[in-house]
Design a protein around this ligand. Structure first.
Ligand code: ADP
Ligand code: MG
Length: 721
């Protein structure tokens, strides 16, 4: 008998067939142990128990064809187009396979190899053909694991082929089985799930295709159960053990603030704010995720939250992912406070003095400061030095500090930190939350995480199962959705004409430059070049440039020129993706739009149409992939961020969404949280119920070891003490 936690300690190099190089290739892909290996389940299965000779395949049907590679060739009829053709034969006939621009096929397909091609069979000029079929290389045809049965196709890992994976997993199963089950049997019975040991055997080497579903279901349940268990323990710890602040405030400050706004809150904002205020009053720390579509008005809610703490004598902090955004938040919050007479406006300390205010000597009611790597300023002392500001924060002279995430990472010492607002949670993982916890000397501040990235409910439930969630599901009145149009590169002139027209009416425009994978340098270069080109094309207009390679002070300067209306067009990289709020900007042009992810496109689109004038988004692209085309079509079809986020999840797959960075735990290997939503709900109910009745899992030490072993070091701290 082997337990999963034991198998998690055995390296893959101990498995027959996975010595040396192979096991290090697996390690690179995150497969370190036998337990990881057993969770590397087949991508698909090919049923070889029924033979289907090529000659008998009906035209138009989607099938898997197995045969030998007879020839492979490549030609380039024009630039940007490579056509790869291969002939595959079995005893009955030959079929031609064609791929476009997949030059790696030339290396993948060697003459004489056995391969399985999956795709739709067509008839082309009287011959059988498949366009862009999926390929599985099958190794030697005589192997017993692949003849006359259902053949599992395990994904290759680096240089390790599906055939090697198949044999290695076969060996690993032989020495691991039977595999112990740590999940309480009553849950398994209640859901009618397959036995765990059997499930591992079946998913890798099924007797029939029908068995695969139930086997997978069992392993998916286990995976989700472990994750939810970790979340349940974490939530319980927060509830019971952490000492937070029970904020006491009359609410007068918040009321004064809200009365100063030129609009009243939407029903959704009011509801969310009362959910937050209920959290603030009780003594255990708030951990709340504030979700809301771009432009739904999260900032006002965040500032109200902070003022609630400030009224009771606590300090607040707002953390943004970048310096530009921190600067932007500082200005935005300062304007908001000024409207209520709680701070001097940007035009000077006297500007708001006519209003009914808490202060009359020019001394702001709320001391607000900005602190980033390069900038230190405050509404009560614009020329303050960094050292001076740090002193004031430590002495409790500052009520509200805006900064980057470095605020909690560097040596900033607060006098009485009571509320923290984090903007854009997707760059703020569990690790940072732990840091924040450590930062708090005696009490843990209340935490509000804002996100403009709409996260499907299913996802937030899995990822942030320990967080409470509030959603602003309503836009302020009078917003018209941003009209979105797709242009081919030939038609780009339309975009420049629209820009000229809007600017003639006093508006402003963004032009976002091509995304270059993982290379801020190259991206900056492309923005520089585009800036030069557009400065020529739009010679009458004032065209500015911003990108990530600029020094912070220069970025600030460009943004403030654009905000002040001293620039008409801003050429930029994705540095403007989040948070930038220029109500006068009405046009967003995104070049090579097919290269951006859906959420990113939606974020960018949200930068326009934020004021009283409707916005337009122009996507310029000649999409070269089906995926890219799909994303652009989705953008044109809907403005609903939640729908787009689900679509994105579908297109991109969940590995990327559930990156370690975000979830703080290893990726889900099997579960598909959209498809397996019901299992997720069941696993969650079971896990939270179990922790309720047995908070320290005293009766389930084997479960604790399993969760630790499978979720990795990141959850270790959950279970100490
Ligand atoms: P988010 O941060 O959710 O993207 P913001 O808080 O920046 O949105 O708000 C977007 C714009 O909507 C801001 O200009 C803000 O002044 C305005 N706004 C916020 N709430 C309301 C409301 N209830 N009614 C009208 N306008 C609002
Ligand atoms: Mg915002």
């Amino acid at each position: 008998m082997a337990s999963l936690s034991r198998l998690a300690q055995i390296g893959t190099s101990e498995v027959k067939g996975l010595g040396g190089k192979r096991s290090s290739a697996l390690a690179k892909a995150g497969i370190d142990s036998v337990a990881d290996l057993l969770h590397h389940v087949p991508r698909r299965y090919i049923d070889r128990s029924i033979k289907s000779p090529i000659a008998q395949i009906p035209i138009g049907s989607e099938v898997t064809v197995i045969g030998e590679v007879r020839s492979v060739s490549m030609r380039r009829p024009r630039r940007n187009l490579a056509i790869i053709e291969a002939l595959i034969a079995d005893e009955s006939a030959t079929i031609k396979a064609v791929w476009f621009n997949q030059t790696f096929r030339k290396r993948q397909l060697t003459k004489g190899a056995q391969v399985a091609l999956s795709g739709v069979v067509e008839s082309f000029r009287g011959a059988l053909q498949m366009k862009s079929p999926a390929v599985d290389v099958l190794d030697s045809p005589s192997e017993s694991l692949i003849t006359g049965r259902i053949v599992p196709i395990h994904g290759s890992v680096g240089e390790v082929s599906p055939g090697i994976m198949r044999r290695a997993i076969h060996n690993a199963l032989l020495r691991s089985r039977p595999i112990e089950d740590a999940v309480p049997p009553e849950f398994i019975e209640a859901h009618g799930l397959m036995d765990r040991d059997q499930a591992f055997g079946v998913i890798h080497f099924p007797e029939t295709i029908e068995d695969v579903g139930p086997a997978r279901e069992r392993l998916v349940y286990d995976e989700l159960f472990r994750l939810e268990l970790a979340l349940a323990v974490q939530k319980r710890k927060q509830m019971i053990e952490a000492t937070g602040v029970a904020h006491e405030a009359s609410g007068d400050l918040v009321r004064q603030f809200l009365q100063g706004l030129p609009y009243s809150l939407t029903a959704a904002q009011t509801r969310v704010l009362s959910e937050i205020e209920a959290d603030l009053k009780v003594p255990h720390p708030m951990h709340r995720l504030l979700q809301g579509e771009v432009g739904s008005g999260k900032t006002v809610v965040a500032v109200s939250t902070l003022l609630h703490g400030i009224e009771g004598g606590w300090q607040g902090a707002i953390m943004a992912p970048t310096e530009v955004l921190a600067g932007q938040h500082y200005l935005g919050v300062r304007e908001l406070l000024a409207e209520a007479g709680l701070s001097p406006g940007l035009q000077g300390a006297g500007a708001q003095m006519g209003m009914d205010s808490l202060f009359d000597s020019g001394e702001p009611a709320v001391h607000l400061a900005l602190l980033t790597g390069s900038v230190a300023t405050a509404n009560y002392r614009p020329d303050i030095t960094k050292a001076g500001l740090l002193e004031d924060i430590a002495a409790g002279q500052v009520d509200l500090v805006v900064g980057t995430h470095a605020l909690i990472q560097e040596g900033v010492h607060f006098h009485r930190l009571g509320v923290v607002v984090v903007d854009e949670q997707h760059r703020f993982g569990v690790a940072q939350r732990v840091q924040l916890k450590e930062k708090a000397d005696l009490v843990e501040p209340d935490l509000l995480i804002m996100t403009a990235t709409p996260i499907p409910r299913t996802l937030s439930m899995t990822l942030y199962g320990d967080l409470d969630v509030s959603v602003i599901d309503e836009m302020p009145p009078g917003r018209t959705p941003v009209g979105t149009t797709l242009l081919s590169k030939m038609e780009e002139g339309t975009a420049w004409k629209l820009i000229e027209k809007e600017i003639a009416q006093g508006r402003q425009a963004f032009v976002v430059c091509p995304l270059v994978e993982d290379s801020p340098k190259v991206e900056a270069a492309s923005a520089v070049a585009e800036h030069k080109r557009l400065s020529g094309l739009l010679a009458e207009l004032r065209v500015g440039l911003i990108h990530g390679q600029l020094r912070s002070a220069d970025k600030e300067a460009v943004m403030s020129d654009f905000r002040a209306g001293d620039l008409d067009v801003l050429v930029s990289t994705t540095v403007i993706e989040v948070g930038i709020d220029i109500p006068n900007a009405t046009v967003m042009v995104i070049e090579d739009a097919d290269r951006f992810g859906l959420s990113q496109l939606h974020q960018l689109r949200g930068r326009v149409g934020r004021g009283q004038h409707p916005g337009t988004c122009l996507l310029i692209a000649d999409a070269t992939t089906e995926e890219g085309e799909g994303r652009l079509a989705a953008m044109v079809a809907t403005n609903d961020g939640f729908r787009l986020a689900e679509e994105d999840l579908r297109i991109r797959g969940q590995g990327t969404v559930l990156g370690t960075r975000q979830s703080g735990v290893k990726d889900l290997k099997l579960a598909d949280i959209l498809e397996d939503f019901e299992l997720l709900v069941a696993a969650r109910r079971d896990a939270f119920g179990l922790v309720d009745s047995d908070p320290h899992l005293k009766n389930h030490p084997d479960l604790i070891s399993e969760v630790r072993a499978m979720l990795g070091d990141q959850v270790e701290w959950l279970f100490v003490g």
